[in-house]
Design a protein around this ligand. Structure first.
Ligand code: AMP
Ligand code: GLY
Length: 424
């Protein structure tokens, strides 16, 4: 089969790496891809939200299946575009249609969905500029800290957590009346603060049955000890040691099953990944958010632990016989450490040559923001590459990742030296 993967990050490189293990693969194309995917697949330099260009690629390269990495093409309706086009409608897309993608595309929608289907989540209300005063009144009924969320996609920046009531009111006003996050904050969800330990659970579903993928925890802050600004993710560990069997059973019963059943009841035919952000509050899961895609860098620790054929699982999603597919995960622990450009997540320079990649031994290098120029691998983004290792223990895996990182260098390279610090 010929597969097209949309996206350009470490997540997409990990998809290529894992899919290439399948005997059924003929060729993999990545749009637009990076220097890492260029080495093992064929990059196509188009924007994944340019659906006309995606169609041309599908027809030119006789693509049999499309796997969508990031949320933007899904929220924009890439799957619906395929179903509406006579030449594309028989080609399976791994990723939900617009209706399902709203679980990530609108926080208000996802909260209504959870409430309707009795899925545990923080108490909330939504507001627009027309009822700003009701928003102020609702804030007064809550205890600090106050959680304000822009309804729409805001590149991971749309959530504010504030300790002070006056500050929360001022930010609410900024979001609603001054469009602090543009269109995304024309509706704002205000919700109760959940106090607990955060972790994520990933599900692959064909709309009827599902497989729960290995749990993973990412390290979102730029600084050691979880300090400083939020990033896309500086590293990840799978599985999460504090996710006990008892807790994961509660997640399956109280969150996963009602989510899949709720989608069916609401007539949403969902084929793809669901990334469930959870808070463990006194041993009980509460949903913080849904994403309609895999996490990055969580994918870089989850996929290397899956022993089953990923293409076979994707075919199960496409043909709605996922329940017949075998699903095996290794007991080994996976760790990944993200190398980033100096300055990230604020401004940073690109185009720095990355040296030492030929010396890597025992780790998998997943490229994120890289490009190839004159046979040199150059930095091309904030998050540059994820160094993944497997081991019998977290320490063993981390040691391998850090030993290999010592061999890699580029100007102003930065990374966290304490990934997994809280779990050993
Ligand atoms: P989200 O974009 O919804 O994942 O929110 C970003 C981050 O804000 C989450 O990863 C949590 O760390 C935090 N967060 C979101 N909602 C809550 C909440 N209700 N209580 C506590 N922390 C939250
Ligand atoms: N690592 C978090 C995300 O992909 O949203």
């Amino acid at each position: 089969m010929n597969i097209l993967i949309l996206g350009s990050g470490g997540r997409e490189h990990a998809f290529v790496y894992k899919l290439l293990q399948s005997k059924k693969i003929n060729q993999i194309f990545v749009a637009p891809g990076n220097a890492g995917t260029h080495k093992i697949a064929k990059n196509i330099n188009i924007n994944p939200t340019d659906f006309t260009a995606v169609k041309e690629t599908i027809l030119t390269h006789k693509i049999d299946m499309v796997v969508v990495g990031p949320e933007a093409p899904l929220v924009d309706g890439v799957h619906d575009f395929f179903l509406d086009d006579d030449e594309l409608k028989s080609i399976p897309v791994i990723g939900p249609k617009k209706d399902g993608a709203l679980l990530e595309g609108s926080k208000d929608f996802s909260k209504q969905f959870m409430e309707k289907h009795n899925i545990p989540t923080a108490r909330y209300k939504s507001f627009t500029k027309e009822n700003l005063n009701d928003g102020f009144n609702f804030l007064e009924t809550l205890n600090p800290p106050y959680v304000l969320k822009a309804d729409g996609l805001a590149a991971g920046k749309g959530v504010l957590i504030l300790n002070n009531l006056e500050e929360a009111k001022a930010e609410l006003k900024e979001m609603l009346t001054h469009q602090k996050f543009g269109e995304a904050s024309s509706t704002v969800v205000i919700e109760e603060f959940l106090d607990g330990i955060e972790l994520s659970v990933f599900v692959l579903t064909d709309g009827k049955s599902y497989k729960i993928l290995p749990s993973a925890k990412d390290y979102k802050r730029i600084g050691e000890g979880d300090t400083g600004l939020n990033t896309g993710g500086m590293g990840a560990i799978s599985p999460v040691p504090f996710a006990s069997e008892d807790f994961l059973t509660k997640v399956e019963e109280h969150v996963v099953k009602p989510t899949i059943n709720g989608l069916q009841k609401d007539g949403i035919d969902y084929r793809g990944f669901i990334f469930i952000g959870l808070m463990n509050v006194d041993g009980n899961p509460q949903v913080i958010e849904y994403n309609v895609r895999m996490g990055d860098p969580e994918t870089e620790v989850i996929l290397p632990r899956i022993e089953s054929d990923l293409l076979d699982l994707f075919e199960g999603v496409a043909h709605q016989n996922l329940h017949e597919k075998s699903f095996k995960v290794t007991d080994k622990i996976a760790t990944t450490v993200m190398l980033v450009s100096g300055g990230y997540p604020e401004s940073y320079e690109k185009g720095k040559e990355i040296l030492g990649l030929e010396n890597i031994d025992g780790s998998i290098v997943f490229h994120a923001g890289t490009k190839l120029e004159n046979n040199k691998v150059l930095t091309n983004g904030g998050r540059v590459m994820a160094i993944t290792s497997l081991g019998k223990t977290i320490n063993e895996a981390l040691e391998t990742s850090y030993k290999n990182i010592d061999k890699i260098s580029f100007d102003k390279m930065n990374y966290r030296k304490d990934i997994g610090f809280d779990l050993q």
